[in-house]
Every structure is written in C-alpha cells, then in structure tokens.
Design a protein around this ligand. Structure first.
Ligand code: SF4
Length: 414
C-alpha cells in the first residue's frame, strides 16, 4: 500500500529500459531479478548484483519501492549464492525480497531484510497467512482465487489483526494484469518433463503456448479443440473491474511481464496508474475503461479475460500463438546526439526508412521509452521528407535522446 493509502501499483522491470519506463509512468514499486536464482533466468536481460545500488538510488529518488525476486526452488549448492544476494540486498538499500523457499525467507528474516511471500507458495487461506506472518509483511495470493475469497482473506487479516514483522497489518497482493500459467501458480512441471528445463528454476520453455492435438489412443482420432491453444490462457486484465479489486481489500496490484518490452511496461503502467487514480478521485467510468482497454491492446497481449477473480471456474484460451497487439514496432536505427538548446535529436538510420509523419518510439537504458511524431526532418543539412538506411537525420524532439537509444517506427500489426 502507498503512503497515501492507495493500492500500490507494482511494475515489472526486466532491464534498465523497462525500469525507467515504470518510473516515468507512475509505478509505486518495481520488481526485478538478478542473474541468479531468478524466475526469469532465460530473459535476455537481467540485472546483476552490481546494479542493485543504482536501482535502489534511481527508484528511491522517485519514492518508488524496490523488490528483488528470489523465488526459485533452492538447492543446497545455491545456499552461498542465496546468502550473497540477500546480503547485497541489505547493503544496497533494496526495499525487500520476494521469496518462496524457506531458506530464503529464513535467512532474509535473520538479516532484517523485508520479505514478501511469492505466488509460488500458492497462499489460498488465512491460516497460511498467519503462518507466514512471522516472516513477511506482504503476501501474494494464488492467482486462482476469486475476489470473494480474496475479500474474505483481507477481512480476516483485519478482524484477527494479523501483523507482520514490521508490526503493521499484513498486506495482500494480487496479480492484476499479464500472462497466466495454465497450471496452478508455481506447480507446473511441463517444461521440466519435456526438456529438463525447470520452470521452478526460472527456465520455462513455455510448452503451454504451443498448439496441441488430442489423440484418442483407441481409434487414433485426432481432435483440435475449437481451434484453441488448449493450454495457453488469455492474459489477465482487471482494469474493467479494478473498483471491485480495490474494494476487496487488496493492497498491492502486480503487473506481470519481466520478459516484456519497455513500451509494454510504459503502456500498461500508465493505464493502471490512471485507472487507480480515477477510482480514488471518483471518475472511474465505463468510457475511461474503454480508453484504457484500447491502450492495453496496443502492446503485447494474448487477448484478455478476468482470470478466476470474478468467479469463473474454467479458463479462457487463446486461439493463436504470440501477440494480438494491434500495433508493433519496427527497428530503424540508433541515437547519435541531442542538441539541447534547439531541442534537436540526431539519429543514424540502420534499417528501413524514416519519413515525416511517422510515429516513432525511442527506448534506452536512461531514456526509458517515449513516443513522438516526426513533424520535420533534415538530412545532410537539407530539409527532407525521408531518411534512408545509412543516412543520419535530425528531427525536433522535446525528449532528450542518447547514443545508447534505439529508434523504432510504430506501425499497425497485420
Ligand atoms: S509451461 Fe506454461 S504453464 Fe507451465 S510454467 Fe511455463 S508458462 Fe507456466
């Protein structure tokens, strides 16, 4: 929960670009992994222990809390690394760890590091909350609970005055947006079974996202079930019933997506920031929900449903692989220089072409992510409508760009 008493909006950060996107778009907290003992071990970008201080600094400057995920299964040979990571969390000023294994919970607790219980532990009842309250102040509930069950747990925390090590009431955290597993959270062995690559060690190969046939072994008949990807759920989206979610007593709303692009983080966090604020300010309306849904559909999604929160018993499945986003980005080039006074950005075009009128997206580790439209352009000191591959061009831009930035064009997805 935030200091103002509003539900806390927690953003995923798979790298510096996404972290900055979360900070710029209204996240109250961010969660991320380092390259060890991390449930997104296969992600292209993870932070290192050496990055923790800068993460803590960048976030605390904006009053944003920082949570390091340490929620894999832990073996004996991991224990020294585990302790090193928790010690680094303490020294760098990261707010808390998100843990599932008792070794991580116990060691962090003994070192005075705040602990949040991961959804990997599948908390589904208030007695389990009481058990973990000896160690943790925040607990993520199982993703398969309904709002009615969540409300019961939140009410019981209040009624029974269940407090964590901080002395404050336990805060309940719920997944609010993003990809869902077809298996009950944290209990999937598909990837381990087929490729010896354990989802519970952060190395899921996502077998569930593929298309399958069901074969009757007696007569050999093959069934394709309603053309659906029968193990790949649509993505969770709660923006259209966020009022009910907040009213359940949930204190933290988590957005999934540490493997997703920075513009995903920017768009989703911006939409939920506006929706949360609208709820507290009394202007959470159907019309605005429609606008937010339209925005959410522009970035990666497998179509949306409300998960099990509204009492739905059966899952809803995607009918295609990959994203249903209505737009996509196309790589064009990189930043070269920013001329501060005239607010002019110079880019080198490395692929495709840039034209006046194009919608562009710029991403970078310090820049984060922003969009703009090319209103005019210079190539070789001459006004031009187009910059081709190999050419440098300058365009007016209010946002500072850097040489570490990438330039994309936003186009409609086919
Ligand atoms: S295979 Fe699918 S259901 Fe299983 S852990 Fe991976 S993403 Fe989740």
């Amino acid at each position: 929960m935030t200091e103002s008493g509003r539900i806390e909006l927690m953003a995923p950060a798979g790298g510096w670009e996404a972290l900055q996107a979360a900070l710029d778009n209204g996240a109250d907290s961010v969660y991320f992994g380092v390259d060890q003992l991390n449930m997104r071990a296969r992600a292209t970008m993870n932070f290192t222990l050496g990055d923790l201080e800068e993460i803590a600094q960048r976030c605390s400057d904006k009053g944003v809390r920082t949570y390091l995920t340490l929620n894999t299964i832990i073996y004996d040979h991991d224990l020294s690394v585990l302790k090193r990571v928790i010690d680094a969390v303490q020294e760098s000023g990261i707010t808390a760890i998100i843990a599932a294994d008792q070794a991580a919970i116990n060691y962090a607790h003994s070192r005075g590091v705040e602990v949040h219980i991961s959804t990997q532990l599948n908390i589904t009842n208030v007695e389990t909350i009481k058990f973990y309250s000896h160690f943790a102040d925040v607990m993520v509930l199982s993703r398969e609970l309904s709002l009615r069950q969540i409300r019961h747990i939140c009410d019981s925390v209040k009624k029974d005055q269940i407090t964590g090590p901080s002395g404050d009431l336990i805060e309940i955290e719920v997944f609010g947006h993003g990809a869902l597993c077809m298996a009950v959270s944290g209990k999937c062995y598909l990837s381990l079974h087929t490729t010896n690559s354990s989802a519970n060690r952060g190395a899921c190969v996502q077998n569930c996202r593929r298309k399958y046939k069901v074969i009757d072994l007696e007569d050999g008949h093959e069934l394709e079930i309603d053309n659906e990807y029968i193990m790949s759920p649509k993505d969770l989206c709660t923006i259209d019933f966020l009022d009910q979610l907040i009213d359940s007593g949930t204190k933290v709303l988590k957005v999934e997506g540490r493997g997703k692009a920075p513009e995903y983080v920017a768009t989703v966090i911006k939409a939920y920031r506006e929706a949360i604020d609208a709820y507290y300010e009394g202007n959470y309306t159907k019309e605005r929900v429609e606008e937010w849904m339209t925005q959410l559909r522009t970035v990666y999604n497998r179509d949306f449903w409300g998960g099990y929160l509204l009492g739905q018993k059966l899952g809803e499945w995607t009918d295609s692989s990959g994203s249903k986003a209505v737009q996509k980005k196309v790589f064009l080039g990189r930043g070269v220089h920013y001329y501060k006074k005239p607010q002019i950005a110079e880019f080198k075009i490395e692929a495709q072409k840039l034209q006046v009128g194009d919608r562009i997206l710029v991403t970078g580790p310090t820049t984060g992510v922003f969009e703009s439209v090319v209103t005019e352009m210079m190539v070789d000191d001459q006004k031009s409508d187009i910059a081709k591959r190999g050419q440098s061009c300058t365009i007016p831009l209010e946002n500072i760009i850097r040489s570490s930035d990438k330039l994309y064009k936003i186009v409609d997805a086919e």
